[in-house]
Write a protein that binds this ligand. Sequence first.
Ligand SMILES: C[S@@+](CC[C@H](N)C(=O)[O-])C[C@H]1O[C@@H](n2cnc3c(N)ncnc32)[C@H](O)[C@@H]1O
Length: 272
Amino acid sequence: MDKSSEKYLHGFSSEEQAKLHLQNDILGPHIYEFIRLDQVSRMLEIGCGTGAQMRYVMQNYPQVHITGIDLSAEQLSSARVHLEAETAFTNRYALRQGQGNELPFATASFDCALMVWVLEHVQNPEALIAETHRVIAPGGWLYLTEVFNNSFQHYPQSPALEDFWSKMGEFQEFLGGNGNVGIRLGAMCAKLEHTTLETRAKTLYFDAAFPRQRTEIWNYWIDLTESASRQMIAAGKISSSYWQKVRRELAQLRDDPSSAFYYSFIQCRLQR
Ligand SMILES: C[S@@+](CC[C@H](N)C(=O)[O-])C[C@H]1O[C@@H](n2cnc3c(N)ncnc32)[C@H](O)[C@@H]1O
């Protein structure tokens, strides 16, 4: 089992689990610009977590049946609660507990597979991608969306936040993950059999010209870093007072009418 399964950067509390859905309401429209699901009927999501992507897919693509697999029983029970609450989703999904490196599905079982914010948490992303590729039927699609944390920039400078951001990257590596895995997606996928391979960097840039989106993304960033900070405090990597200073700087950036936010995540799509 991956080290990431035992300790996970953002934790498994119910507060964190509910947040994943709210966060996806902000990022979902950006993520799915690159993902075409109109022709898809049997879809697999590896690392489905609390079901935020499954919910987005079922809301927007009524013909899709989606199977979500995750190694965490806690995440899956939260997914169950969230998805069962929507009667429109009845009979349109399945949830399985399992390891992405050894999928319990026959070769070529799905016409599409999706991974969003998963490879950053695993020790061997290539093995996970290769196993996912195995279960996609010829002509089917693989969609990957991943972090590239070195792309994060902001104005004005914020020394405590910058220090925290680099400590968070080190902590993620300590847990067996990689906060810059996005930049490797194209190279990892190029090794697999494919007819089409495309990548893109999706930049989120919000400054004084986009005040609503800027506030929204800073609030998202506060939530994201706060969940990581809890795990880092519990592991003795930072203190609460250290985090409080970072938190104050983040709030200042959010409330500063001249601030700017810049981040790029990376996406890859491959057709077999
Ligand atoms: C950040 S969450 C992303 C959840 C979901 N994809 C989303 O976008 O909301 C990452 C999830 O991947 C799961 N995970 C990590 N490594 C895995 C593996 N090797 N196999 C299956 N699931 C894994 C974790 O348990 C966690 O639920």
